[in-house]
Each structure stands twice: as structure tokens, then as C-alpha cells.
Design a protein around this ligand. Structure first.
Ligand SMILES: Cc1ncc(COP(=O)(O)O)c(C=O)c1O
Length: 449
């Protein structure tokens, strides 16, 4: 049995896979913040043309530029592992594989799209990018990518993560980025939140408002988003494409795929290339894993909503908990987002994808077992996929089913050790979001149509 299944550099994918080509229905259109059809100008103010084209493309395959492949080669193709030590610990008949996206220099899958986004902006003469970061993984990835292409990067980092993870800030600074704890008093959006909530812990929605406001207000600056949008999921499909080739090398194919789901990018990245097979009738279950404290797919509703808290972004039709939903300060910062990718949401609504919500403690228990058996300490976000896989593998142990399970190890947890510390001290709590609080946020959804 092979532990690491590796591809040669020359086998790295040359094209991204666009799931839109295989969706049973075209994606719901993006609308302007006031609910009217969006004008292209709203997007060209903050994104380069190539990205806007990808956002609305229905082409099945989109070529990865050589300049992007050259940077991705620093860590791609990423390894696929057979987690046989975890299988043994669980006494399961299931085979467990995981794709290791923690091997990027910034520590997660987020770098896959950061490199592409930085490249397309530079190609259009934009040398400055503004962005938000939740867990710090995306901010690090964009800082790294900006550095690779000689660009300036400014990051609005959600305050709770800024305080929990000072070394994420140092990493971003090492790669030349400027980092601020959001909400800041540097933007109108930040000031507006601070007036209402001076001690706000911040949220991805607020940090997005700050970054979009800056990009829209400065001609020399564009905005880059680490998840949610169609082009981001497109850039992440390199994960699933590689995993498919790697499984072919060992003559296997997954029955189920699990990935943590915040805005949906690593879930889309690993699962969409397999969705192409599902669309032609292959039986495969693609499972998004979210926290019970921010249960977007499992408890949200499918409706048009803003991507940010202040209502500055266009409206997309997605599963949402309401744009002013304030998730508790759980340790999987990257999963604290009120909405989800429009593509993931539509396919989930059509019953073609599944979702499960897992409480925080179970995810850390899973992360600990994974670290003790396979050695790698997963990011708290990735622990969600580990936990869901372990649940299924234990089920297989009871029923004797020899299923093949694949999950995405989206990142390592080396900068999340303060969260592990709190888990070891017994200080972590489970948080089930009260239905009334969700209903309260949902009452503020924009009126469309
Ligand atoms: C390691 C890791 N995994 C998963 C996620 C969730 O994001 P997405 O759903 O876009 O993959 C994040 C987000 O910050 C992350 O840092």
C-alpha cells in the first residue's frame, strides 16, 4: 500500500474545471446591491476583466496561465495520502484518503486562487490589492502571491483572529503586506460598526465591507476575495483534478468526499471535478462540513443577500444566515461566514450536494486523533472535514461497509495552537446557534424582485 501518492510536476493540471458547464440549470444571475440587473461597471471598479470573464463563464475548461503554473509549482502537485494509521485506530473497513493542501508556503489551499488573482490584476496594470482575512490563511496567501508578482497588499483582518493569531500577522508582514485589525476607523464601514459596537470582535462580512470600500474608492487598487465567488472556486479545482489522477494511480475512486465549508472554495475545489462524473450518473456523495455555530447550509435559507455586512457588495443567490448575522468567536475563523458560494448553494438546493454541521469540540477531538495517528496538525477549519470523515468511517466499522472516503486537509494548524491550548484546557464550548437569532438576521434580507 502506498502512503503518499504523488504526481510528477509535468502532471500538474493545465486547465481549471468549470462546474457551470455540467450544472443542470444556469447559475442564478448576480444583481446590483439595489436588486436591479448588475452593470459591468460595478465589477470593473474592483476586479480585472479576466476575473469578471471567469465569473460568468460557462466554458468547461479554462487554461491556467504559464505564469500562474510557475508559481503553483512551488508546492503543486500536492500529495494525496492514504490515512491507514487513522483507519487502524478507528478499526474501520473504510479506506481513508486525504489531499494535503497544507503544503503551500502560506499553509492552506487559499494560495491556489491568490496566485491566479494577483496575476490577472498585474496583467491589467493593477499593482495594489485590498482584501479581508478571517483565519489569516487567506491574508497570508494573498500577501505571498502579491510578493511573487511585486504587488502591494493591504489586509483587513477580523479582530478576533488578529488577537488570537499574532504570528499570522507577522507572516503577512514578512511577505510585505500591511495588516489592520477590522473593524478599523480607516473606512466609513468600519467607523459605522464601531459607533454601534465599540467592542466588535469583527466578522468576515465587516472586513469585506472595509476592503471593498477601499478598492472601490481608489483607482490604483482592486479587491481580491478568498472564497465564495465563482472564479475562486474555479481556481481551486486544481485540488480535485489532481486528487482524481492520484486515486487513478492506485485504482480507487471515492464513495464520499468531505471538505470544510466556509465560503465553499475548498469544498468546490475538491468536489467539483468529481461532480463532472456525478452529472453523468456516477454515484458519489459530496459533503460540505460546517460548524453548528455558523450553520449556513443546514439552517440558512436560499435567497438573494449581500456578501458583506454593510450591503456594499452585489447580491448573490445563496444559502445565508443573513448578512448581519454575527457568528460567535469560534476557533475555526474561516468558517465564520454568513453566506456561501452561489454555485455550492444552487447545487445544494437542487439536492446534488449534501451538508452536515458538527460541534466545535468534536472537531478538535478529530483533529487531535488525526495528529496522533497521521502526524499532521490540522487547521481548526480542516478539523471539520476530519470529524465528518471519522463519523462515516466509524459508521462503516459498525456496518462493515468498505467505503472509500476522501477528505480535503485544507490547511495546517501551526498558527492555531492557542485554540488547541484552550481545547486541551477544557475551555472550548459547543455553540448551537439559537433559531430565534437566525430568524432575526433573516428578517433583514434585502427585498428582491
Ligand atoms: C484552512 C482553511 N480551510 C477552510 C476554510 C474555509 O474557506 P472555504 O470554504 O472558502 O474553503 C478556510 C478559510 O479561511 C481555511 O483557512
Amino acid at each position: 500500500m502506498k502512503t503518499k501518492i504523488l504526481l510528477k510536476e509535468a502532471e500538474m493540471p493545465t486547465h481549471w474545471y468549470n462546474v457551470v458547464a455540467d450544472m443542470p440549470n444556469p447559475p442564478a444571475p448576480i444583481l446590483a446591491p439595489d436588486g436591479s440587473p448588475i452593470s459591468p461597471d460595478a465589477l470593473t471598479a474592483i476586479f480585472p476583466d479576466a476575473i469578471i470573464e471567469q465569473e460568468v463563464s460557462a466554458e468547461r475548461w479554462i487554461a491556467i496561465p504559464d505564469e500562474v503554473r510557475e508559481v503553483l509549482r512551488l508546492w503543486h502537485p500536492s500529495p494525496l495520502y492514504r490515512a491507514d494509521r487513522l483507519e487502524k485506530a478507528l478499526k474501520t473497513q473504510a479506506k481513508i484518503y486525504f489531499k494535503n493542501e497544507a503544503v503551500s508556503p502560506a499553509g492552506s489551499h487559499k494560495s491556489n486562487t491568490a496566485v491566479a488573482q494577483a496575476y490577472y490584476n498585474k496583467q491589467q496594470g493593477i499593482m495594489r490589492l485590498a482584501t479581508e482575512t478571517g483565519a489569516g490563511q487567506w491574508g497570508c496567501s494573498l500577501a505571498l502571491a502579491g510578493q511573487m508578482f511585486g504587488m502591494e497588499v493591504r489586509v483587513y483582518m477580523v479582530k478576533v483572529s488578529y488577537d488570537q493569531k499574532p504570528y499570522r500577522r507577522s507572516m503577512m508582514q514578512t511577505w510585505g503586506a500591511e495588516v489592520f485589525a477590522s473593524p478599523t476607523n480607516m473606512t466609513q464601514s468600519g467607523r459605522h460598526i464601531l459607533e454601534k459596537h465599540p467592542d466588535s470582535p469583527g466578522s468576515l462580512g465587516i472586513a469585506i465591507s472595509e476592503a471593498v470600500e477601499e478598492a472601490a474608492g481608489r483607482a490604483d487598487t482592486n479587491y481580491a476575495l478568498g472564497s465564495v465567488l465563482n472564479h475562486v472556486l474555479l481556481h481551486q479545482t486544481i485540488i480535485g483534478e489532481e486528487a482524481k489522477k492520484q486515486l487513478e494511480l492506485v485504482g480507487d475512486y471515492p464513495d464520499m468526499i468531505f471538505a470544510p465549508c466556509g465560503g465553499g472554495s475548498n469544498f468546490g475545489g475538491i468536489s467539483f471535478p468529481f461532480f463532472a462524473d456525478k452529472a453523468t450518473g456516477k454515484k458519489i456523495d459530496l459533503v460540505a462540513v460546517e460548524p453548528t455555530s455558523c450553520p449556513t447550509l443546514t439552517k440558512g435559507i436560499y435567497a438573494y443577500d449581500y456578501g458583506d455586512t454593510e450591503g456594499l457588495t452585489p447580491l448573490t443567490k445563496m444559502y445565508t444566515l443573513g448578512h448581519d448575522f454575527m457568528p460567535p468567536g469560534i476557533h475555526a475563523g474561516g468558517l465564520r461566514y454568513h453566506g456561501d458560494s452561489a454555485l455550492v448553494s444552487q447545487l445544494y438546493d437542487e439536492g446534488l450536494l449534501s451538508a452536515v454541521a458538527i460541534p466545535q469540540l468534536e472537531t478538535f477531538q478529530a483533529g487531535e486523533l488525526f495528529a496522533k495517528t497521521q502526524g499532521i496538525i490540522p487547521a481548526p477549519e480542516s478539523c471539520h472535514a476530519v470529524a465528518a470523515t471519522i463519523r462515516e468511517a466509524k459508521r462503516c466499522a459498525e456496518t462493515g461497509e468498505p467505503k472509500t472516503l476522501l477528505f480535503n486537509l485544507s490547511g495546517h494548524g501551526h498558527f492555531d495552537m492557542s485554540s488547541y491550548d484552550r481545547y486541551f484546557k477544557g475551555e472550548l464550548e459547543d455553540f448551537e446557534y439559537p433559531d430565534e437569532a437566525i430568524q432575526e438576521s433573516l428578517a433583514h434580507l434585502p427585498k428582491v424582485g
